[in-house]
Design a protein around this ligand. Structure first.
Ligand SMILES: NC(=O)c1ccc[n+]([C@@H]2O[C@H](COP(=O)([O-])OP(=O)(O)OC[C@H]3O[C@@H](n4cnc5c(N)ncnc54)[C@H](O)[C@@H]3O)[C@@H](O)[C@H]2O)c1
Length: 473
């Protein structure tokens, strides 16, 4: 049953045309609350964004197809428990009625003049980017947006998607409104990190590109007002999206480079953490760490988005390094299982029938998020090898994840286990003393894929220890 929030805004109030407008008018309307905002998609990024616009005094409506989420928001139940700082803002804006949520896009959009899209842009099982949520919402918007509105795409999209696809989708087949003339389109790709969104919102510059210069200027003023950070005006939408992807693909590639060195150093008896500590002293080195793989809704997808944007070009636009980086990072879960098999082999055991405890399944520390998490590939491989699997993650207690039941506490997870694999460096795991493994486990085999265990302490406690890139420890 759709959730319709009636009286989302004061229906009698005139809704201003914010495009085209002059910059002085926008400043006034920002102060008077005449910039009225819809955020379509109020998930990990969209809800904090909606909260920020509402907190800046702009009446804001969150639109989502997830009726439970909409209900939670409207009943004052803050959904993003692992996103510190926003809970207080949430309470305030819900109390002041600056933010409401609805499942009904057709009710909400005509009452707004600024429409932000914070919709998912995942990829399919063949690693092809999937923009179907934006396309489907775009089709609805074509008959709903008012003259004088601006649509801002916050989702991560390929360079050229706005220019080549979204513009004509929003104009609709009847061309009721012409983009750049009657309404406009901009991009402001989100670059915040899950778990740190509030602090990122307060410090990271925002990249704004528009389908024309005036749009970029208006949207820059709006974002400057809401976030109070540096606004970088980009020449167009595609350049803004290219910058977002470049920053993330840079990380994917560098992590792959360090992962390759890590495997080499294991064979050469060198501890990569010592190498990275030394390299970090050099002013132009940027430290990246090896690990069980690169997951989440951003880095892996962003690499495939760049690869996809070169489809049809000669040699697929070259892009050999990105492809190789993906291959390396996607192979890391299997390397973790090889380290495990090797350590068990040292004490005369095999993975088959051993009880293996995975610590952490989130794709990154201290967030509740398993999208494209390397843990999934590790679990699949261990299932194939007929291991008995136990899982403990403080964000997924006593539930079922990747077809396995999870434990409720660390003690139960370690008790009678043959081996532990640290997959995610959640804070709770950083403080574990190696002696705890010895006390609780049947055999203290520990595989540290995130470099959080001190090798001296591990040796002193008598662990059978392996870590990615931890040769010679
Ligand atoms: N999560 C991150 O780390 C992060 C960081 C930067 C950028 N991004 C980008 O931001 C965008 C959003 O990502 P997210 O992590 O917030 O995703 P999310 O899955 O947490 O949230 C997306 C929301 O959109 C809703 N939705 C899906 N289809 C819809 C539709 N047709 N109509 C209305 N609502 C719909 C979903 O129910 C969900 O609540 C993506 O492009 C992502 O790449 C994400």
């Amino acid at each position: 049953m759709p959730l319709v929030e009636k009286n989302l805004t004061n229906m009698n109030q005139e809704i201003k045309n914010i495009f085209p407008s002059d910059i002085n008018q926008i400043q006034e309307w920002l102060k008077s609350g005449d910039v009225r905002v819809c955020v379509v998609g109020i998930g990990r990024i969209g809800l904090p964004t909606a909260l920020s616009f509402a907190h800046a005094g702009l009446p804001t409506i969150g639109i989502d197809i997830n009726a439970n989420l909409v209900h939670m928001v409207n009943s004052g139940n803050y959904p993003l428990k692992d996103e510190p700082g926003f809970d207080k803002i949430f309470e305030e804006v819900i109390k002041n009625k600056k933010l409401k949520a609805t499942t009904e896009i057709s009710e909400a959009v005509p009452q707004c003049n600024l429409i932000l899209l914070s919709l998912p842009t995942p990829m399919d099982k063949n690693n092809v980017p999937d923009y179907s949520a934006i396309v489907s919402v775009g089709k609805s918007l074509s008959s709903l947006i008012r003259k004088g509105s601006i649509v801002v795409v916050e989702s991560t999209i390929e360079p050229g998607f706005v220019e080549n696809e979204l513009t004509s989708i929003l104009e609709g087949s009847d061309k009721r409104l012409k983009a750049g003339q009657d309404f406009s389109i901009a991009t402001c790709p989100e670059t915040a990190n899950p778990g740190e969104i509030l602090s990122d919102f307060k410090k990271l510059p925002r990249l704004v590109g528009g389908i024309n210069e005036r749009t970029a200027k208006i949207v820059s003023k709006i974002y400057g007002h809401v976030f109070g950070v540096e606004i970088i005006e980009m020449p167009d939408c595609k350049t803004a999206n290219a910058a977002k992807l470049t920053a993330n693909v840079f990380r994917d590639i560098n992590i792959a480079f360090i992962n390759e060195l890590a495997i080499l150093f294991e064979n050469l008896g060198i501890d990569i953490l010592k190498v990275l500590e030394a390299c970090d002293k050099k002013y132009n080195f940027e430290t990246h760490y090896p690990g069980a793989g690169v997951g989440g809704p951003c880095l892996p997808v962003n690499s495939y988005q760049i690869l996809n944007s070169a489809r049809g070009m000669e040699n697929n636009g070259m892009l050999r390094i990105i492809r190789a980086a993906r291959e390396t990072n996607e192979s890391m879960p299997y390397h973790v299982v090889e380290l495990l098999a090797d350590a068990l082999n040292d004490i005369g055991k095999s993975v088959k029938d051993s009880t293996i405890t995975l610590l952490g399944i989130s794709y990154k520390p201290n967030v509740k998020d398993i999208q494209l998490a390397p843990a999934e590939a590790i679990i699949k491989r261990l299932d194939q090898l007929q291991a008995k699997i136990k899982i403990y993650d403080p964000y997924f207690k006593d539930s079922t994840v990747f077809s396995h039941k999870t434990e409720t506490n660390l003690d139960d997870a370690l008790t009678n286990s043959d081996a532990v694999v640290i997959v995610t460096a959640h804070n709770e795991f950083r403080t574990i003393e190696p002696s705890l493994f010895v006390a609780k486990m049947k055999i203290p085999v520990v595989i540290d894929s995130r470099g959080i265990i001190n090798s001296h302490a591990a040796k002193k406690a008598g662990l059978v220890f392996r870590g990615i890139g931890r040769g010679g420890v």
